[in-house]
Design a protein around this ligand. Structure first.
Ligand SMILES: C[S@@+](CC[C@H](N)C(=O)[O-])C[C@H]1O[C@@H](n2cnc3c(N)ncnc32)[C@H](O)[C@@H]1O
Length: 202
């Protein structure tokens, strides 16, 4: 689950892996922001990219899975937003913005192994434009995930654990675990979304 081949395999079957609906915390935090440029890292099948494009954002969807990006591009085409989006194959663990900046950098449910999300947060923050926002959401560790392997559970994080990755010129707007009901494989469970929203002030 931590390297491209396993995600490429997941995205190679006939079934859509995710619902295609935008993530709850994305809608909660981005509705009301002035649309601009956005980078969605770990975009998967493109549900969030498509929602952002429909809100008027110009969006780059980024993922390390080639199959995911191909699938996301097809979904964006079908949704009629292809002209507002482009795609970037990146590994978040080594991501370098290379001088590119975005009004919104978001990442949802990307869980690098061994506490790697702190390093990813630090890298993503570099891509946030002046007055732009960084939104990172992931699974908080929970009893709901005891069926997963130890390495999967270790990859989950609390929003507060990412604060050390923010440069000094960020204001933290949200750093909390938000309750949400999730249904997966027909099973409904109560989980918490670790949610970090920060704004660059300079
Ligand atoms: C659980 S899925 C979430 C997809 C989408 N953000 C959503 O919420 O529906 C995680 C995604 O992150 C991607 N991913 C995982 N590790 C990554 C990494 N190190 N760099 C880039 N993408 C990664 C996977 O390929 C997958 O598409």
């Amino acid at each position: 689950m931590f390297e491209p081949p396993s995600w490429d395999e997941r995205y190679s079957g006939p079934e859509q892996v995710f619902s295609g609906k935008p993530n709850t915390q994305l809608v909660a935090e981005v509705t009301g922001l002035m649309p601009g440029t956005a980078l969605d890292v770990g975009c998967g099948e493109g549900g969030d990219v498509i929602w952002l494009a429909r809100q008027g954002w110009t969006v780059t969807g980024a993922d390390f899975s080639t199959n995911g990006l191909v699938r996301a591009a097809r979904h964006a085409e079908q949704a009629g937003v292809a002209e507002r989006v482009d795609w970037w194959r990146v590994d978040a663990r080594t991501f370098a913005a290379g001088g590119r900046t975005y009004d919104l950098v978001s990442s949802h449910f990307l869980h690098p192994p061994d506490g790697g999300m702190l390093g990813v947060a630090r890298r993503l923050a570099e891509a946030v434009a002046h007055s732009g926002h960084l939104l990172i959401v992931g699974h908080a560790p929970s009893d709901a995930f005891t069926h997963l392997t130890a390495s999967h559970r270790k990859a989950m994080f609390l929003a507060e654990e990412l604060l050390a990755g923010l440069p000094d010129d960020f204001d933290v707007l949200v750093a909390e675990q938000r309750p949400r009901t999730m249904t997966r494989d027909g099973v409904t469970m109560d989980v918490h979304d670790s949610t970090l929203l920060a704004r660059r002030t300079s």
